[in-house]
Design a protein around this ligand. Sequence first.
Ligand code: MN
Length: 501
Amino acid sequence: MRWIHIFDTTLRDGEQTPGVNLHAEEKLRIAKQLARLSVDAIEAGFPASSEGEKQAVRKIAEEVKGVKIAALARAVKSDIDAARDALKPAEKARIHTFIAISPIHMKHKLKKSPEEVKRLAVDAVNYARKFVDDVEFSFEDATRSDRDFLAELAEEVIDAGATVLNIPDTVGYTTPEEFSSLIHYLRENVKNIGNAELSVHCHNDLGLAVANSLAAARAGAEQIEVTVNGIGERAGNAALEEVVMAIDTRKDFYHMKTGINLKEIARISWLVSYYTGIMVSPNKAVVGANAFAHESGIHQDGVLKERSTYEIMNPERIGVHTRIVLGKHSGRHAFREKLKELGYEVSDERLNVLFQRFKELAEKKKNVTALDVLTLLEDGFTRSREFSLEMMQIVEGMATASVRHGGRREVEHSFNGPVDAIYRAVKSLLGVNAKLIDYRIYGITEGRDALGEAVVRIKFGDRIYMGRGVSTDILEASLFAYANALNTALSEGVRNGSDDE
Ligand code: MN
């Protein structure tokens, strides 16, 4: 059995998913869960991209221990300095630096000769090694590059001290056979290849990211870069859960293993979906809602007689939990025990707040599930409930909403429905304008009494902010989501957005 290291880039490449914009507290929540999942490395971000990003990476480096924390940097000193500063508090730090080496990228993007690119790569590794003893080097667009040039550069950056050599299929262009042959080629033609760990980073433009990653691992790659739910630039990256479960389910074939704590897979998938607002498709492998649902009578009958007739994985192994957990009569002690079981240790103060919200929910909802409790918890970590919907009525097509914020109250009317009336009231209360660009409502669990989640995206200044709200009342959820998005924008110091009207 060979060990395959799992390098998670949900917080860096995954965060580059169009429309996703996580703030520091949300990134930290995900990073802590990635540590529980037991990934080998967490790529926390790209510190040179903004001061906020740098602080977010630093916070993760401070608070998440026992796992390697990586930060991305272009092959320039200022980027490497930013990564070094952000990673300073990390227990185990890795600087991940990169440069593009394909003819297309060198000519049109970098406007540099191959010789210049080589020098920049070597200089960057030398420089980064002054600060950390773990430096990953990536050859961007490697799969559309000249093999001999790639091999020549690989040898030089390893000599310069790179500890991990990453071969990205940046644009999702390669195929399993071709990628496998490239990895074999590098192993045979780079003399010092044994001095660095070989890694791959695949994109899913042709739906081949997982297949390409696994083919590369069979050919000798030792690290696979992944994102939870396969999110990321364009069509996304190789999905963590698919790579890991393929290796586990087909160990007879792959003869590999990972250190992933499989029982945490369902949970991290839910968490990433919750914070990014990117829903998992029902037919998604491993973590989709239908991944273990059997529709045909023949299949249902088979599974009842013997599960393995139609199920190659046991959903319990990846922690799929839909069991009913608590009800109206559950006490504080039972609630705290349930939180512990879900892996949360909370202060007495927070427990009081959460228990109160649980009681309110249990009054409205007969059975409170694990998913409901998780939602309450995560919702409580990142948002205060400072807005309330006092009144809503619709008379002859006109909606009237009364919203309270602190000691103030605003009443607004709209012929465009209740959500519009509420959003007008919030804008008046905060004295701001924002353009609503996306609005969705989801049911978190089944049933008429389910918790509803509203997810909105607003354009504020030149940036997009996401907000989330949870309630058994979808209008209240809509209010929280919108207020949350505006508050995030305001907390970043943006003073005004563009109006929707
Ligand atoms: Mn990428």
